[in-house]
Design a protein around this ligand. Structure first.
Ligand SMILES: Cc1cc2nc3c(=O)[nH]c(=O)nc-3n(C[C@H](O)[C@H](O)[C@H](O)COP(=O)(O)OP(=O)(O)OC[C@H]3O[C@@H](n4cnc5c(N)ncnc54)[C@H](O)[C@@H]3O)c2cc1C
Length: 253
């Protein structure tokens, strides 16, 4: 495969972009904000990165004296490492809808800022940001996490072009630093997805129907997924897609 577009710079999207660009695939990583690249679920995170990931390469840099992974140092190091790769373009932009080719296949995305971004394949790694509503006490806002805006355009485009979605909810009890809050968001209905299995585990999924040819999904937008699982999924999908022939020859393989 020659070119790939990743939408969403969370753990899944960063690992996917890193893995592909390091294998020589011309990759664009498009994400709403460069300030939230590789966001961990908490400022100090006790989990361990999966092996052979960007996160594992940066873990010693992100680790504090108590052995916890810190969100700020990881975000800064991930941005630096991604931006230094010759085959990776990191773009701060918001995808608003899918771009279609002559045969109706997915060939990239439209953006809020204006320019469309094209690639042979497009992977949505948009996490908890599809139609997200964050409820904090009586206040409800359009956000996929605290202080991270989520716009409805991409979700509306997916829904309007016939992709079945279902609602999912994440409720947090509060930890003395962050208050209790809940995020409700859409995930892609599994009937729409043709799963990719590695060692028996589902790591990502391609659009099943013909109108989703060229489109893949990875990470929390496919279901309730923890951060380590999302990182490993991005890693494994990169290995798979780097070997895939161009879509004209292979459909969505
Ligand atoms: C409130 C909350 C709490 C959670 N707590 C935990 C926890 O404690 N432990 C745990 O393991 N997991 C937790 N999770 C699950 C969490 O979603 C995953 O662990 C992990 O963040 C998934 O990574 P991801 O890359 O799939 O998605 P995300 O980390 O959500 O990344 C998606 C990225 O896509 C970007 N994006 C979205 N839409 C667009 C668009 N249209 N255009 C461009 N960019 C876009 C977003 O800005 C974001 O950067 C929590 C989720 C939520 C919502």
């Amino acid at each position: 495969m020659r070119s790939l577009l990743v939408v969403g710079g969370g753990a899944a999207g960063c690992e996917l972009a890193w893995g592909l660009a390091r294998r020589g695939v011309a990759t664009t990583l498009l994400t709403t904000s460069l300030d939230t690249l590789y966001a961990l679920p908490a400022d100090a995170w006790p989990g361990r990165p999966p092996p052979a990931t960007l996160w594992s390469a940066l873990a010693s840099e992100a680790r504090d004296a108590a052995g916890l992974q810190r969100a700020g140092p990881l975000r800064r190091a991930a941005k630096r490492e991604l931006e230094r790769l010759a085959d990776l373009r990191v773009v701060q932009s918001n995808a608003t809808g899918l771009l279609r080719g002559d045969a109706g296949e997915v060939v990239g995305v439209r953006t809020w800022e204006g320019p469309a971004v094209r690639a042979e394949r497009t992977v949505l790694a948009v996490g908890s940001f599809l139609g997200a509503r964050l409820a904090l006490g009586p206040a409800v806002e359009l956000a996929g996490r605290l202080s991270e805006m989520a716009y409805d355009d991409l979700r509306d485009d997916l829904r309007d072009t016939g992709l079945r979605l279902r609602r999912a909810t994440v409720a947090l009890a509060g930890d003395g630093v962050a208050p209790p809050y809940a995020v409700e968001h859409d995930v892609v209905d599994e009937d729409e997805l043709a799963p990719l299995r590695v060692d028996g585990r589902v790591v990502a999924a391609a659009g099943r129907a013909r109108r989703w040819a060229g489109l893949w999904f990875v990470g929390a937008c496919t279901g309730e997924v923890g951060i380590e699982t999302a990182a490993a999924a991005g890693r494994d999908l990169a290995a798979h897609l780097a070997q895939a022939p161009s879509p004209g020859l292979s459909g969505n393989a």
